[in-house]
Ligand binder design. Sequence first.
Ligand code: FAD
Length: 701
Amino acid sequence: MPCEVAARFLIFYGSQRGQAQSIAEEICQQSAEHGFTADVSCLSNQHKYNLDSEIRPVVFVVSTTGDGDPPDTAQKFVRKIKNKSLPHDHFSHLRYALLALGDTNYANFCNGGKTIDNRLQQLGAKHFYATGHADDGTGLEVVVDPWIEGLWDALKKTFSSMATSDQLGADLSDRTQENYHKNASDKEKNKSDLEVDLHLLKLSEVDSQKGRAITSDSSDAETLSTALVASLKQSVPPLSECALNVPALPASYLEVLLEQVSTEGETVPSDKEGFHEVSISKAVQLTLDNAVKTAILLELDISVQNIAYQPGDAFDTLCPNRASEVEELLLRLDLQTQKNCAVQVNLLKNNSKKAAKVPLHIPQNGSLQFILTWCLEIRSAPKKAFVRALADFTQNGSEKRRLLELCSKEGSADYNSFIRDANVCLLDLLRAFPSCLPPLSLLFEHLPKLQPRAYSAASSSLQHPGKVHFVFNVVEFPVRPEHPARTGLCTGWLADHVSSILRPLGTVPALERLGTSALPKVHVRPRPSSTFHLPADQSVPVVMVGPGTGVAPFIGFLQQREKEREANQEATFGETWLFFGCRHKDKDFLFREELARFAHNGTLSHLIVCFSRDEPDAVGTVNRPTYVQHNLRLHAKNVASILLKDKGCLYVCGDAKNMAKDVNDTLLEIIGNELQIDKLDAMKTVAGLREEKRYLQDIWS
Ligand code: FAD
């Protein structure tokens, strides 16, 4: 086989929020350095290549969305390969590697990728390299970086084996799988080798373009050696003294032109993506001022747009970046006077980025201020590739060295602590590294799309026709050495946005109500859930677990049930259990009166609450349950009976990081005890409940 043909491979990505796409593009970009040529394509463009007869190696990068689903762009491909009429050897010619992206905070980790992987295997396709499962919960790069590193060797072996034989040896996949695992474990070993060899390293600055060694100059070394504690701005030995392996400089590919025409007055995003501008007709603070968190209920008037929804659905909500942060960014980039200029974005002629495209989320001729406000996620933690690129626009030697450390292999732990875990954003970096002055094009190349935030409907349109309610906590991030105190982007903005109409719980709106035109507005788009709804059969019993704002969809469920019961008094309704929890009975017991009404009129058969921070005396019980899972355990017999005997449903909503995991562990325990089975079998039973859509989660972090 001619070398040129042999070294060409395909990359397909299935991306929901752009991460899989940017990893696929990164692989494509790196392929040239390793002597390969790659074609990269979205799985939705699969018609461009015929996998049914594709003999080149194929790399898939697939993310996961919703309840473990493949991304929307991969759905058609999945449907196609799931076709039951395909023979079991349909893909026996196909050699592939797959990188699955997921988040262990959610159920069905990496399931989007696993679905495709399993089906390709069933249809006879062979791995030429072990599947990688990258976890956004701990940092995708922990798996992605070594996986990509190992990919090149695996490809080389695949191509050389293709050159000698049409058939890949079965042992190839084993060897390359070993290779990947070895790569990951070698990381640790290399680190210690590096530390031992530190004293041998010469401190000199060398070219970084192709990921070669970088070390600091002697004056910087002096400064660094006096530092005792590492921070975002400075490192300590051994990192401050070692040679660095930095990623290759990402190819620049955009040209940004600013044209002096006034675009003033352009303040809202377009409705291209199905968003509707609606009025916020009510805003109520549900918590007392001295509660740890502030929860706010919003009522949106969706009657004019006639938007339909079911309890269990959510709404995507657009929010802008903070005006003060946009202003500071403009000032810092010396672009303040050009904020109203129209922006033209083009591909750089002769750019070397594979499959370069002008990002779709940056509108042509939008003003600079508009783009920074509504289109780019300026709060996101800069990825290593961005940090690498920023280093090239940094004048000061020690600042540049620190940025290179932060994106280097050796500085991985520092990147995690001082950028990723500290949620440092571009502006924080620009504050910490004053000599860094990137061009606008670099921001447009690296800042991701500003994503809408989702909020679950906390109402039923049977009870509130033409309206939808949301409830959210104002997210607060305390001050850190790396950044000032701030609120969550959307929740902080919403809280400010409704301040003119916000009233405490239990107070009536002022008489002189604002006319509709003066009410605050917000852009929303329904985000229907395919599964998180009350069972169609009203006699099926349900258990709902929703502490804090996790109670939101259940308020919608219960409002719907209340109305259905009123309308159909003869019908049989299954038992309804709600496990709710908050910190203090008197400060943050959300929907207290409404829940009491549901319990009183029988809509809710059992309302089980707990308060995690009340003194035992305040509720009169010593050893009281603190969290929802403790109450679940106390009612284990009922929960088990509903799920195992009565074919009931369990719904869990709210915090993905702790609560959902604790509830899941408790469920395993309850089922294990009830059926007298071990943990593995309990896990299988719980997996069965998920499969039957009788254990449903709507969780977020
Ligand atoms: P962001 O600014 O986006 O910050 C959110 C996260 O980023 C934090 O949790 C944290 O992990 C990280 N972060 C950002 N900056 C920092 C920092 N400086 N320090 C530390 N960490 C940081 N939420 C509700 O309150 N109610 C709901 O009903 C609801 N329903 C949802 C339904 C669905 C289907 C989904 C997917 C999510 C839902 N959410 C809900 C979550 C909601 O969409 C938002 O994620 C949440 O409100 C925070 O948004 P934000 O823009 O204020 O915070």
